[in-house]
Each structure stands twice: as structure tokens, then as C-alpha cells.
Design a protein around this ligand. Structure first.
Ligand SMILES: O=C(O)CCC(=O)C(=O)O
Ligand SMILES: [Fe+2]
Length: 495
């Protein structure tokens, strides 16, 4: 606590915080305190507690804190309850008192903001864990803070190979975060970081890539008046897919591309029945094997194909093919998905008005995606279907656990509902659940409608109702991609 008690440091920070300098960080030589001003203001204070106190705190975190696994589109890590709810953890309770009694008034002085109360919890990220791009904007959050704990010898400050940096994004005119990451702040023992929450405070926790240590923090927010940016934020929307009419000029011969079995009338009837009952089906070996192999080889080897990263960073991170550079078998397959023949076939598979006299304005969107480590999509308006849609998902060079798609039902508050996803698979844990937890489990089971497992040359067909949402899970570095990236042809059709 020595640092924030020093009057001259406080004054220096106050001045540095209120004067927005150019890109150079302001740095106090005596204390090592720093303020970055770009892309948004962040302050780093080294040595918050007196030497040697962090070990005991970490000991308490590891031995006494009850951790729950948080797992959703946006994150995967362990979190504790709020520090105000930890009577048995004396050091953490003391830490909360320090935040309330000393840090809060001090931050008011430094930032000039009125801060009423603090909420804080402990977080633990183990190898493969992450927290994707977000802005922290919620109601009355004014200042976000993170206190880093890493008291292990030789690991007091993490290096690039260990991952787990706090990564900072800049944003465009419409306040959408942009790739690439602008600044990385590595975990450093006993360092306290804070920033003002606003419409541009985009940040993430990069995937932890070391098995040696967990990334431990005490983090949370100082709350005050309702954040003005939060009010404005509600009108901000994600970009949406663009839909096109079927391409009538292009007449692919289905018989040359598709596995013959899918063209038989009897097969079409069973597919239709199955989709009617289950809203989904997976058609294995959809294209002729040689077509699939040709397309896969081309996707892996053809350097004239042009890929671009699809942002904004708070919505998705994967590459899409510039369709104008497609040729050969890849082009053939892509053209097929937009062709009248495909609309016709899908009508036969589903009985939807995608073809024929009752089809007034059938449309589709087609995208060829390339998935590698670190790629993801998150839930958001852009992925909520406004109308009923028929989705097709076709994998090439599939790998277990990469580009897995989850569909969620519309009714429940999505993020909190599926937070416990994947929890309590072991029977032991199940038995110790209290009733309240069981209710949460049920809620989660209800909200996950379907998970698509990647299989080579399989065409997944999903009929989704209005309001249904989906995301493609973050591909962690623990997912083996020895055979190269995974390719996904993702299409949506509307009547
Ligand atoms: O741990 C960090 O560095 C940031 C955590 C964070 O952004 C959050 O919990 O909202
Ligand atoms: Fe955050």
C-alpha cells in the first residue's frame, strides 16, 4: 500500500491521468507507475502490497477459495464468488477492505470520478483458458481493475510464450474493436492495473499457454453513476450477413458432384421426415469422395486463394475466402451452394419454399471459412436469426474440437444460462449439487439445442427458428491441428 499513500505519486498520476498525452506512456521513475494513453487510458501500478504479502494471498486462493468453472462463447476460466462473500478467507476479506477504504478514495482523487462501491472476485486461468474481446460496459461500472498475483520464482513477470496477457484493442469510428491487438500487458506479480470503462475500452485475456502456473488475479469494478456510454451502447449493432438470390446462370450437374444416394427420391423423403422431426440432420459423405479430396487439397495448397480476417474483434475472428479468387473444384462447390439446383434439392430435403411457384424471394448467403488456433465467433445480434433459416455447414480437413458450432435457444438470457456448460460431467460432482445448482443445470440443458461435431465431407443441415443463436467455439492451442486449418462452408437459406 506504500505507493498509493505517497502524496507526490498521487499528484503525478492525477496530472498524467487528466492530460491526455500522445502515444508515449507517462512513466514515474521513482515508483515505476505508468499510464498508457493509447488506444485508451490504462494505469499500471507495480508493488501494490508490501513485499512478501502475495505468497500468503495465493496460498489462500489455492487452498480455501471455491472455484467454479465458467464456460461460454466468450470465456473459459475459473472464478470465485464475490470477495464480500468469503468470510472464511481472511486475507481476501482484508484485501476487499483495502479496496473499499483506501483504493476507492484514492482512485476518486486520481480520476476525478465519484465511486460508490466496489465488486471484486478472484479469477484463475489455466492452460487453454481465455476471455475474448469485451468492453466491460455494464450499468454503473466506472473503473475496471485487475490485481495480478504470480509470486513464483522466475515467473514474477510472464513472458510472451506463457500467454495470458491483458490485450488491448483500438476501435473504429463506430466503436468496433479492430485487429490486430494494439498493446499487451503481461501478468506481473503485485501489479495493479485500472482503466475507465467506456464505449472503446475493448480488451481480452489472451489464452494461457503455460502448464507451469495458473494466471491468478483479483479483479472487478468500482461502481458509480450509470455509465453514459452504457446507455448509448444499446443502439450499437453487429454487422449482418448479406443474402443473395440464387444464381440462375450457373447450372452445375448434381450427379457429377454429389454422392448418388442423396439424389434418390427415397433418400429425400427420409431426410425430409427426419428434418421435420428433429430440425437437423447430418449427411455423411455428401460429395463424391474424389471431389471432396480435390477441394481439400486445393484449400490446403493453393496460394492464389485470398483470405481475409473477418472482424469486428468482439464478434468474430476467422478468415473468409475472397470468393472471386476461387477456382477449380473449390469454385465448383461454392457455385453449387448458390445455384438453383441447390435451392431445388433443399426444397426436396425440407419442403421449404426455396424453389418452385411458391418460392417468392428465396435467398442465401455463402461463406468459405478457414479456422486456426485462436479463432472464434461469439454470440451477438448478427448471429441471431431474424427469420426462420436453413443453415448448411460442410467441413473439409476437419479436426476434433476445432470449429465446433453450438446452437442456443432464444428464450433464456443466453450468457448466464449456458455459463455452466460442460460442468459436472463426473457423477461425484453431480451428487454434491444443491437444488439451486440443479435448476441452473436444467436451464443450461434447455438452452443448448444442438452441437455440431466436425466431420470431413459431412453436410449438416439445421433448420433454425427466429431468435435462435449460434457460436463457433474458440479454438484453443490445445486443439491439435497437425493436418492444417479446418475449412467450413457455411450457408444460410431463407424462403
Ligand atoms: O484479467 C485481466 O487481465 C482482465 C480481466 C477482464 O477483463 C475481466 O474480467 O473483465
Ligand atoms: Fe474485462
Amino acid at each position: 500500500m506504500a505507493l498509493i499513500r505517497k502524496k507526490d505519486v498521487t499528484q503525478w498520476l492525477q496530472t498524467a491521468w487528466s492530460t491526455k498525452q500522445a502515444t508515449q506512456p507517462a512513466h514515474d521513475d521513482k515508483t515505476g507507475a505508468q499510464i498508457y494513453s493509447e488506444p485508451f487510458q490504462i494505469c499500471l501500478l507495480p508493488e501494490l502490497l508490501t513485499q512478501g504479502r502475495t505468497q500468503a494471498l495465493v496460498h489462500e486462493m489455492i487452498n480455501k477459495v471455491h472455484w467454479s468453472r465458467k464456460q461460454m462463447d466468450l470465456y473459459e476460466f475459473y472464478q470465485s464468488t464475490d470477495l464480500s462473500n468469503m468470510a472464511e478467507c481472511h486475507l481476501l476479506t482484508n484485501f476487499l477492505q483495502l479496496l473499499r477504504k483506501q483504493v476507492r478514495p484514492w482512485l476518486e482523487e486520481v480520476t476525478g470520478l465519484k465511486l460508490d462501491y466496489v465488486s471484486a472476485s478472484c479469477s484463475m486461468y489455466t492452460c487453454g483458458d481465455y476471455l475474448l474481446v469485451h468492453d466491460d460496459l455494464l450499468k454503473d461500472r466506472q473503473i475496471a481493475f485487475i490485481y495480478y498475483l504470480s509470486p513464483w520464482e522466475g515467473a514474477e513477470e510472464w513472458n510472451e510464450e506463457q500467454g495470458g496477457c491483458l490485450e488491448i484493442f483500438s476501435s473504429d469510428e463506430q466503436c468496433f474493436p479492430q485487429f490486430p491487438v494494439q498493446r499487451k500487458i503481461a501478468p506481473k506479480n503485485n501489479q495493479f492495473a485500472f482503466f475507465k470503462v467506456g464505449a472503446r475500452s475493448f480488451h481480452q485475456v489472451g489464452e494461457v499457454t503455460t502448464f507451469d502456473y495458473p494466471r491468478l488475479t483479483i479483479n472487478g469494478w468500482f461502481h458509480g453513476a450509470t455509465n453514459e456510454a452504457f446507455v448509448a451502447d444499446s443502439s450499437r449493432a453487429f454487422p449482418r450477413l448479406s443474402y443473395l438470390q440464387p444464381d440462375i446462370n450457373n447450372r452445375p450437374k448434381l450427379g457429377l458432384l454429389l454422392n448418388d444416394v442423396y439424389l434418390k427420391a427415397a433418400t429425400c423423403r427420409s431426410i425430409q421426415k427426419r428434418i421435420e422431426e428433429n430440425s437437423e440432420i447430418c449427411l455423411y459423405e455428401f460429395f463424391k469422395r474424389e471431389k471432396f479430396e480435390l477441394a481439400r487439397a486445393q484449400l490446403l495448397n493453393d496460394e492464389t486463394l485470398s483470405w481475409r480476417r473477418q472482424g469486428p474483434a468482439n464478434a468474430h475472428n476467422y478468415e473468409v475466402l475472397d470468393l472471386s479468387t476461387a477456382k477449380g473444384t473449390v469454385e465448383e462447390l461454392l457455385q453449387l451452394f448458390r445455384s438453383n439446383a441447390m435451392f431445388h434439392l433443399l426444397r426436396d430435403f425440407t419442403d421449404l419454399d426455396l424453389y418452385g411457384v411458391d418460392a417468392i424471394t428465396p435467398t442465401c448467403s455463402v461463406e468459405l471459412q478457414r479456422w486456426s488456433h485462436g479463432n472464434y465467433t461469439v454470440l451477438g445480434d448478427g448471429l441471431v436469426s431474424e427469420d426462420n433459416t436453413l443453415d448448411l455447414v460442410y467441413y473439409l480437413n476437419a479436426a476434433e474440437g476445432a470449429a465446433v458450432i453450438t446452437y442456443l435457444s432464444p428464450e433464456v438470457e443466453q450468457r448466464s444460462a449456458a455459463v455452466e456448460n460442460g460442468q459436472n460431467v463426473s457423477g461425484d460432482a453431480e451428487q454434491t449439487l444443491d437444488e439451486e445448482m440443479e435448476e441452473e443445470e436444467e436451464c443450461h440443458d434447455d438452452s443448448v439445442l444442438l452441437t455440431i461435431t466436425p466431420v470431413d465431407n459431412a453436410l449438416n443441415i439445421v433448420y433454425r427458428c427466429e431468435g435462435t443463436t449460434k457460436f463457433t467455439k474458440y479454438v484453443s492451442r490445445n486443439t491439435p491441428l497437425d493436418k492444417g486449418p479446418v475449412f467450413v462452408i457455411s450457408c444460410s437459406y431463407k424462403e
